[in-house]
Design a binder for this molecule. Structure first.
Ligand code: AMP
Length: 109
């Protein structure tokens, strides 16, 4: 399987890493949509949130978001996870967009 985020985890592709532990990794989005735009992913391949996620990985993801935000030194932020093609998912390796650094418009939610 040729997954761009798996290749980042393996060190085959470069990334500007913000946070990393045994289970998760956070790095800057290559095409930022805000002053701060970071992606938090599980290191093991999970397609999206429609897949079964073991509780310890779910916990690591939430903890990873908190730790990443702390390192980014931001107070307010938005988390987005596109799940499925119709929702705009382009990379089919679970990721949470962490967006901050501007006054976020209300958008659809
Ligand atoms: P999504 O549309 O939710 O699947 O978002 C995929 C995100 O991955 C987009 O914001 C892309 O800019 C980002 N992206 C794709 N390739 C890379 C890469 N090599 N390094 C960092 N971000 C990437």
């Amino acid at each position: 399987m040729d997954c761009v985020f798996c290749r980042i985890v393996k060190g085959e592709l470069p990334a500007r890493v913000v946070y990393e532990d045994e289970q998760v990794m956070a790095f800057h989005d290559i095409n930022p949509q805000a002053p701060i735009h970071v992606l938090l992913i599980p290191k093991r391949h999970v397609e999206n949130l429609s897949e079964e996620i073991p509780p310890e990985l779910a916990h690591a993801l939430v903890r990873g978001i908190r730790e990443t935000v702390r390192r980014l030194n931001v107070r307010d932020y938005r988390i987005i996870s596109n799940s499925g093609r119709d929702a705009g998912q382009e990379v089919f390796h679970l990721h949470f967009h962490i967006i901050a650094g501007l006054e976020l418009p209300p958008d659809t939610v």
